[in-house]
Design a protein around this ligand. Structure first.
Ligand SMILES: *[C@@H]1O[C@H](CO)[C@@H](O)[C@H](O)[C@H]1NC(C)=O
Ligand SMILES: *[C@@H]1O[C@H](CO)[C@@H](O)[C@H](O)[C@H]1NC(C)=O
Ligand SMILES: *[C@@H]1O[C@H](CO)[C@@H](O)[C@H](O)[C@H]1NC(C)=O
Length: 490
């Protein structure tokens, strides 16, 4: 089913906003992009935000070579980057906001209801064919209402769980909320300093292993990406937006059936720390619901949009059975390819590849593997992935091993879904402490429900301190947890 043109444009505006996964600078520029997009209102493609700002704000990570460049793309290509795009992708110099775009690609395979998935052992047959009914789903790209019977039912999952009494941030940004920023470490606020907890998955344990992730789809060129990944025999983790799943149900099903990991990335892509507890439950709950409706299974992981998580958002997510997965920060450098910045017109393809080369360079210096943020939302971001970033990583010396994030952490894919998980308590049961009697969660405060293995100080984001499952757990006070994680790793 397709939404009306106006709704599609609204979705575009929302998704341009949705691209700014990396903090204040990016988000403001994305907002600029969406304003211009709204005023021009001529495009119905999600391939770029606006040609008019393509050259105006190249203030991202520009290296000396790129700054000096005035001639050909080849002259400024970071080392190791293919000179021309693999797989029919245009030259890097042409990958820029406003570039010509192709038609949307539909799913190549449509699976009949009742088909048994082969990629996920023990998975239930696919549910009956999805028929969209606007009465059954929240409006796309806006926060779902919290007074629905569904949301009120999902709120009960928080019963007996201590949700830290942290006030919603102003808008999920450090600069606009000095009070929240001052408490960022105490509250484990990732956005503002990269603070993580033991329950966050932020790396792959093995050095030179890249945890591949794509956010914000399924979208116009997701099919191109799926075909490419299949050719390369790579599985990825897709952090899907509920509003996109409703639009493109067959693509979500194809991702799932191909053995990619499906994870929750909210319904409307708002910064979750800015939302009330009920709003967060609605965002996560509706996304979980559409994934389950389409595939028959429920993810046990989530990624907060913009990486915007604190201890309140964590506790809510964990109470709903969703373990947070963020991308790696190493020495303060977040492994965001900035592919979305190209679509937003803030940087060009060559500058994006410089950022990418910095990721690979830093990854080479890490003791562990790493998780990288990319997007399948725009044609541009898919072009960069299939034409440049993934080929560059595959031909890197020494080579990187590319895996989905659960896979790189040695989780069988069946354990990534509630219905097929053989560890029914997965993933962090000891962190969701429930009283036997139900208490009202919203009124409780005090320590995080993630007390226990991660009750200590928040950890500054880095591969060394971003604890990852049993691989590099802190040695103190967690021996029981280590034993438990050990079992989970099977
Ligand atoms: C469990 O109940 C006790 C007594 O009411 C309370 O002190 C404690 O905070 C509760 N724990 C949780 C996790 O809700
Ligand atoms: C790591 O990333 C930074 C940018 O944040 C870059 O300046 C540096 O050169 C990178 N290190 C390597 C070894 O590539
Ligand atoms: C909740 O927070 C208030 C204010 O910080 C504090 O006075 C009260 O003791 C706390 N209640 C619990 C159960 O922790």
């Amino acid at each position: 089913m397709k939404f009306q043109t106006l709704a599609a444009l609204c979705a575009l505006v929302a998704t341009v906003h949705a691209h700014s996964d990396d903090g204040v600078f990016g988000r403001r520029h994305a907002q600029l992009a969406q304003k211009r997009q709204a005023s021009s209102s001529s495009s119905t493609s999600t391939s770029s935000s606006s040609a008019s700002i393509a050259s105006s704000t190249a203030t991202g990570a520009v290296n000396n070579a790129a700054t000096a460049a005035s001639t050909t793309a080849a002259a400024v290509l970071p080392s190791g980057v293919p000179a021309t795009g693999a797989n029919g992708v245009p030259p890097l110099s042409q990958i820029t906001s406003g570039m010509p775009t192709g038609a949307e690609l539909a799913a190549t395979t449509t699976y009949a209801a009742g088909t048994t998935p082969t990629a996920v052992s023990g998975a239930p047959p696919l549910p009956s064919t999805f028929v969209f009914n606007a009465n059954n789903w929240p409006s796309p790209d806006v926060p779902p209402p919290t007074d629905s019977t569904q949301v009120q039912e999902w709120m009960k999952e928080l019963d007996g769980v201590t949700i830290p009494d942290i006030a919603p941030t102003k808008d999920g940004e450090c600069a606009t909320d000095p009070t929240a920023a001052a408490n960022a470490q105490q509250n484990g606020w990732w956005t503002c300093g990269g603070w993580t907890r033991d329950t966050d998955i932020t790396v792959c344990p093995d050095k030179f292993t890249w945890g591949v992730s794509f956010d914000d789809g399924p979208s116009v060129k997701t099919q191109e990406l799926l075909t490419f990944l299949e050719q390369k025999d790579i599985t990825a983790t897709f952090f899907v937006v509920g509003s996109r799943c409703v639009e493109r149900p067959n693509l979500l099903i194809e991702e799932y059936m191909a053995g990619h990991e499906i994870s929750v990335h909210t319904w409307s892509h708002r910064p979750l720390t800015s939302q009330t507890t009920e709003e967060i439950v609605a965002e996560l709950g509706w996304t979980r619901e559409i994934i389950k409706t389409l595939t028959g299974v429920t993810p046990v992981t989530m990624r907060p949009p913009y990486g915007d998580i604190d201890d309140r958002v964590r506790a809510i997510s964990l109470a709903m059975g969703l373990t947070p997965i963020i991308w790696t920060r190493f020495n303060g450098f977040a492994f965001d390819t900035n592919d979305w910045q190209v679509a937003a017109g803030n940087v060009n393809g060559i500058q994006q590849m410089t950022t990418f080369e910095n990721i690979l360079g830093n990854a080479t210096n890490m003791d562990t593997g790493f998780v990288v943020l990319q997007h399948d939302l725009f044609e541009i971001t898919v072009d960069l992935a299939v034409g440049y970033t993934i080929p560059a990583a595959l031909s890197h010396n020494p080579p990187f091993t590319l895996k989905a994030i659960g896979q790189c952490n040695s989780f069988p894919i069946s354990n990534m879904y509630l219905e097929t998980n053989t560890q029914k308590a997965f993933p962090y049961p000891q962190n969701v402490v429930r009283n036997s009697t139900s208490s009202t969660s919203s009124s409780s405060n005090g320590t995080s429900s993630t007390s226990g293995s991660n009750a200590g100080a928040a950890q500054k984001g880095s591969a060394v301190s971003s604890r990852n499952f049993g691989a590099i757990l802190p040695s103190v006070a967690v021996s029981a947890a280590v034993a438990f994680f050990g079992a989970l790793l099977l």
